[in-house]
Design a protein around this ligand. Sequence first.
Ligand code: SF4
Length: 360
Amino acid sequence: MTTVAKIRVRLLAWYESHRRALPWRATDGRRPDPYAVWLSEIMLQQTTVPHATPYFLTFTRRWPTVEDLAAAQDGEVMAAWAGLGYYARARNLLACARAIAADHAGVFPDDEEALRRLPGIGAYTAAAVAAIAFGRAANVVDGNVERVISRLLAVETPLPAAKPELSRLAGALVRDDRAGDWAQALMDLGATVCRPTNPLCDRCPVSVHCAALGMGTPAAFPRRTARADRPHRYGAAFRLVRAGDVGLVRRPARGLLGGMLGLPTTDWRAAPWTSNEALTVAPRLVTNGVWRSVGSVEHVFTHFSLTLGVYESGHAAHDPALVWTAAAQAASQTPSLFRKALGVEMSPISATALHAPPGK
Ligand code: SF4
């Protein structure tokens, strides 16, 4: 038996007894629903299984089929997505569901090429859906798989430059036989055993083949190019409250957090905002009101981190763009950044910092 064959036999046998029980996986030996596979893969991009699972359950309860999702209102879907991040993905999710309903009679295409022509489906998602939902011999390479392959073969090229090499090496292990199980077995090994730090090599079914373990430094792989520091930005958010409601605005469709509801804010820039500056530049939200500084929140996006000062006012609003939302529900309809800003308590110290309304 070749080494590749031995690795496959060992890993697939391990998967039989150690596979994760996930709500989008079929439990009765049948292939899973392509809608469930696709939805889970979109949600799992850049987030964890524990974080994505409640969203998956909510979506499939409210919209059990891709056609149900296609018929949903944009605002409903965006609100249900709030907190998952990467909001362009939610817009593409809807566009994809509608394309499948309109152009494919509600049936997912079963090969990578056709899947890739759908909105929001890139190479990885097309491969994952083709392999897991349709048993195609697709090469499914996510961060977990890159890590496992880089360790198994002690790949010295650092990420991200190593991506094509890792993909080619992963592809050499793919066969027609049990293609969906193979993709998920590699993912599960990476998620539960070959973890980013402290890999559990003594529980690994392919440890006898692992070059990185043989070198004694499994966690030193994958090699990485030193990452440039993430830039920091500053902004201010305006929390306008009225009889238990809070005033939100719908953000422009394009751009960061596009299409989501959130608090009105200033621009986010490299230099800190002083309070007076922020309130002068802020949208003219209230008439003859005062704003209190109630604190600030920190948030990390992929490409920058942000300090967002939070100001509150209870004065009469005149901006027709405000969407008045019950304060108890506002957090569940907004991205995490605004959840944090909505949750900032008024402190006795910050409450003393009173400011004139913008432009006054
Ligand atoms: Fe990963 Fe350790 Fe298994 Fe190598 S032996 S693949 S480092 S868990």
